[in-house]
Design a protein. Structure first.
Lengths: 128, 504
């Protein structure tokens, strides 16, 4: 399960992830992180059995946590099943099944590479 | 007894199409049939093989006739939904090219999008400026038109349906946005285009059937081959077609506008050609498989016309989704759609089976020899070696910041390339790096403060490329290196601006 963390100004300098890992002993994987001087947006992969615990631990620390259930949506009317999104996705979200494009949304880390890489502009990130 | 030569005439095949008895298969089904029945058996059993392709065909456009206004106008310049169309043809004829960007939305909406909107039945805004003559006094005009409102909307595409297309990768260390899509750094992916087994021209590689006047499926309409396409290069199996068709009869199922990020608009088109199985040669050619069609994987990391090929691969390799490049498994995916290519071939198959699509005898064969020569460039553009300064001062990585500062001051330049003991480029420091080190109060060795990811230029590189490197990375100087990465000069934004000033 992937969690999107929105880290507010004021706490972005604290070792939030490290302290949550120590508290929950969850084997989290940082899939994407964009942090600037005042805020941060981090995508974590968390084992599903630890998901609620990790989510609550972050929330106690003031982090807004959004589970990424459907991180990327594909417009069926626009998609022509070309496959331009397949090889540019760092987490192999897309694949062909008998030359029809299939998305395994659970793998998406919202990096956005496919959104600009799609020639038909058929992909959009679900922003929360 | 002599072996029976299996041959049929085109009129026999058309007769069967008319009476609904023609046996039609797609080019995807044909290879196994030929394997099973042999070429002679396939000629007996199959009358027509339908092909199909659906991909980006940039070299496409539409002639539009607007009809005459009152008072009449001789259009000089015209914009359709803010996309400029060429008006230098008579009074109210326009040519709208697929890759023309719009004035308001840039490459996100271009000529291809106007064409798709027209086919989708949408109304488009037309703005025109007139020449103002005695016979055409109107100077300006605004109107809104749908596809039906044009007298004619005739698609004429100079170069479509490439027989096969080079695959693309990128060995450089930054992401490239190209007409072959997003190419990740350090050969992170491969993109390819073309339908392989279904490709019309790969099923008639010697142009035995496809010729001038051949009736084709063009985006849902019946179209025709006008002749060989631009850059037609049959000697190297890169044949192309110039085609035409009536836009009013096309369908958005097979005509889609696209935008390649940071590149431009393009038009995805579905093209299919039915090939009559007249003899065993045709049967053999239409039995082509993905594994028989090979293309080079070209390195777009080299921004020159003659980009190196890293490997020869087949469409079977490409469609597997993984290509081994120097021991690394690289994900490969297509930009064209095999799914829609199949739809084209299937649609065409149904049209032929129902007697709605007859095959045609070419008026003239297409040329077996083509031209895809490089451009003759008459205006010499200088290379980096012509404008760089050769008296470049380099330093070793173990000198101190203070010494580097003195060198910069005495030499009156801003950049010091740092080289290894054998003279190879390993870093660069600028006056700014030194100021920063001094300001932080930690005088250090050069190796601690230098930029290690250093961009450089080659002696024989056109200055346009060096200028683009400077611009892309927001830097002001590039060390010039030889093939061994040894520093032989320096090119700066000053050199380039001086050159520009002299030209003007």
């Amino acid at each position: 399960m992937k969690l999107m963390l929105h880290v507010a100004p004021g706490i972005v300098r604290y070792p939030l992830i490290a302290s949550v890992i120590l508290e929950t002993s969850a084997l989290v994987n940082i899939e994407r992180a964009s942090i600037d001087a005042v805020s941060g947006e981090i995508v974590l992969e968390v084992p599903s059995e630890k998901c609620t615990e990790v989510k609550e631990a972050f929330e106690r620390r003031g982090v807004r946590v959004v589970p990424l259930e459907i991180p990327v949506i594909r417009d069926e009317n626009e998609c022509v099943h070309c496959g331009a999104c397949i090889s540019i996705c760092p987490t192999a979200t897309f694949r062909f099944e008998d030359w029809l494009l299939v998305a395994d949304s659970g793998k998406c880390i919202q990096c956005g590479a496919c959104v600009v890489g799609c020639p038909q502009r058929a992909l959009k990130l679900v922003l929360k | 007894m002599d072996p029976v030569v299996q041959e049929k005439s085109l009129s026999e095949i058309n007769e069967r199409i008319r009476d609904g008895s023609a046996r039609v298969v797609t080019a995807e089904e044909m290879p196994n049939l030929v394997q099973e029945l042999g070429t002679a058996g396939a000629v007996r059993e199959v009358d027509v093989v339908t092909t199909g392709t659906f991909g980006a065909m940039c070299s496409s456009g539409v002639f539009l006739n607007l009809g005459h206004s009152d008072p009449p106008i001789k259009i000089l310049r015209a914009r359709l939904n803010k996309v400029e169309a060429y008006g230098g043809i008579a009074a109210v004829d326009l040519f709208l090219g697929a890759t023309q960007p719009s004035q308001d939305q840039g490459i996100e909406y271009g000529g291809a999008h106007v064409i798709e909107d027209l086919v989708a039945g949408k109304q488009i805004d037309v703005e025109a400026e007139g020449a103002g003559t005695d016979c055409y006094p109107q100077m300006e005009l605004e109107t809104a038109l749908r596809l039906d409102d044009f007298n004619q909307a005739t698609m004429v595409n100079p170069r479509n349906a490439y027989q096969r297309y080079n695959a693309a990768t990128n060995s450089s260390d930054r992401t490239l946005h190209t007409y072959m899509g997003t190419l990740l750094p350090r050969c992170g992916n491969i993109h390819y285009s073309g339908a392989g087994v279904l490709s019309p021209l790969s099923n008639d590689p010697n142009l035995d059937y496809i010729g001038v006047g051949t009736r084709i499926f063009l985006a849902g309409a019946k179209g025709y081959v006008i002749g060989s396409g631009t850059q037609h290069n049959p000697q190297n199996n890169f044949s192309t077609l110039m085609v035409t068709g009536d836009l009013k009869k096309m369908s958005t199922k097979f005509l889609r506008a696209a935008t390649f990020h940071k590149y431009g608009p393009s038009l995805y088109l579905g093209i299919g050609i039915p090939i009559p199985v007249l003899n065993e040669t045709v049967a053999r050619n239409t039995a082509v498989r993905d594994r028989d069609i090979t293309v080079p994987v070209i390195d777009y990391g080299i921004p020159r016309r003659d980009r190196p090929s890293l490997k020869i691969v087949s469409y079977e390799d490409l469609k597997s989704g993984l290509i081994d490049l120097n021991g690394k498994e690289v994900p490969a995916s297509s930009l064209s759609s095999f799914h829609v290519a199949r739809e084209v071939a299937k649609n065409l198959k149904e049209m032929v089976e129902k007697g709605e699509f007859l095959l045609s005898q070419a008026v003239e064969p297409l040329s077996r020899i083509g031209n895809s020569r490089p451009m003759k460039q008459t205006k010499e553009s200088p290379n980096v070696g012509d404008v760089m300064s050769r008296d470049v001062v380099t330093v070793g990585e173990d000198i101190h910041v203070e010494k580097a500062a003195k060198l910069i001051v005495s030499g009156s330049f801003d950049h010091l390339p740092v080289v290894s003991k054998d003279g190879r480029l390993i870093g660069i420091i600028t006056a700014w790096d030194i100021s920063k080190a001094v300001a932080s109060g930690k005088p250090a060795r050069i190796s601690e403060i230098m930029t290690k990811r250093v961009y450089s230029a080659m002696l024989d590189e056109p200055i346009e490329l060096a200028a683009r490197t400077l611009d892309t990375h927001s830097i002001s100087a590039l060390p010039v290196v030889d093939r061994d990465n040894k520093v032989i000069g320096m090119i700066t934004s000053n050199h380039l601006s001086r050159l520009l000033a002299r030209r003007q």
